[in-house]
Design a protein around this ligand. Structure first.
Ligand code: GDP
Length: 366
């Protein structure tokens, strides 16, 4: 599945947030056949209001949301790239995630020690980013020597890889994360960059952990983070980990009242999960029938056979076609039969690029 790694300096609220995420997921876990929750890894359902609409029309007995995985990556301190703290372990863990959720302390509380002795989330972000850049710089400097040599010897793969490596190295030497290159790259260069698996090439979402009273409106710290994120082409969300921890403990029927008292319309975790989902450039398609309505995740741009493969590899191997109904048609016409009659159930083949919200039914050989 797709994985978001939660990172940040010590004492910023990572564990509080992660525990709230997995507690909420665990409460719903009874409904998820393949949900495993390990100590530092949690599969979290992706909230999607469309599921209920589809299930109502299809008269489904069950609703199964899709999930993404959050990993709590502890151990980052200044000097991590030199092996300080759990530095090496920490960096190895980041290598294995698809995106980074970077938690920043935006709350004042004299009882909670700040490792740098002051609350300054923009400076904290720089501290963490510097460790990641140093680690990338070291690994790239090591690898580029061999690639340069091979390219001089007319090695085709090396000749193709070298320009992207040189560009990445130049950015890092200039104190910039590699991800700033992405916007100006074509698909081939992006894929070349991806194979380097550099830490600072991964997409980042900043999470501003604010005090309860600032949850609805944010504060000066979270505004500073938002400005920084905008400059980097990254996103930020405001969340109060303390509130989320409280919500995770409440019986479901009390959550609405509690949110209202806090001036919120939905749990921050829902926003965080959805932001993580879009950070990974993921979209959702649905299958619907009397047994269940279920959401499935694919990378944006995936074609129909790949989408079928998410359900079962046999569906991909034997793919023939996919009956496709757009979500809006399904809902406005009132279901599959009516959509067919209105000519809104299309038969799509191998080259069809799946759209967010498609309701699919696969025909396949087995
Ligand atoms: P981690 O080291 O980043 O995982 O941080 P923790 O989640 O363990 O939190 C460190 C300390 O900060 C704990 O004592 C938390 O109760 C406290 N904490 C976390 N979030 C908040 C918050 O939003 N407000 C306040 N006042 N304290 C918080």
């Amino acid at each position: 599945g797709f994985r978001c790694g939660i990172v940040g300096l010590p004492n910023v609220g990572k564990s509080t947030l992660f525990n709230a995420l997995t507690k909420t997921a665990a409460a719903a876990a009874a409904n998820y056949p393949f949900c495993t929750i390990e100590p530092n890894t949690g599969d979290v359902p992706v909230p999607d209001p469309r599921l209920k609409d589809i299930a109502g029309i299809a008269k489904s007995a069950n609703i199964l949301p899709t999930r993404i995985t959050f990993v709590d990556i502890a151990g980052l301190v200044r000097g991590a790239s030199k092996g300080e703290g759990l530095g090496n372990q920490f960096l190895a863990n980041i290598r294995e995630v698809d995106a980074i959720v970077h938690v920043l302390r935006c709350f004042e509380d004299d009882d909670v020690v700040h490792v740098e002795g002051r609350v300054d989330p923009v400076a904290d972000a720089e501290t963490v980013e510097t460790e990641l850049m140093l680690s990338d710089l070291e690994s790239l400097e090591r690898r580029i020597v061999a690639t340069r040599k091979k390219a001089t010897g007319k090695d085709k793969e090396a000749i193709q890889a070298l320009p992207v490596m040189e560009a990445a190295l130049a950015k890092l030497q200039n104190g910039e994360p590699v991800r700033v290159l992405l916007a100006g790259m074509d698909a081939e260069e992006r894929s070349e960059l991806k194979t380097l698996n550099l830490l600072t090439s991964k997409p980042v979402l900043y999470v501003c952990n604010v005090a309860e009273d600032d949850a609805a409106s944010g504060n000066a710290h979270s505004q500073a983070v938002a400005a920084m994120a905008q400059k980097q082409g990254a996103k930020s969300v405001v969340i109060s980990a303390a509130i989320e921890a409280e919500i995770a403990q409440l019986p479901a029927e009390e959550v609405g009242d509690y949110l209202e008292a806090m001036g919120l319309t939905e749990p921050g975790l829902d926003r965080l999960i959805q932001a993580g989902y879009s950070l990974l450039d993921l979209i959702t398609y649905f299958t619907a029938g009397p047994k269940e309505t279920r959401a499935w995740t694919v990378r944006r741009g995936a074609k129909a056979p790949q989408a079928a493969g998410v359900i079962h590899t046999d569906f991909e191997k034997g793919f023939i076609r996919a009956q496709t109904i757009a979500f809006d048609d399904f809902v406005s016409l009132g279901g599959e039969v009516a959509a067919k009659e209105a000519g809104k159930a299309r038969d799509e083949g191998k080259e069809y690029v799946v759209q967010d919200g498609d309701i699919l039914m696969f025909k396949f050989n087995n």
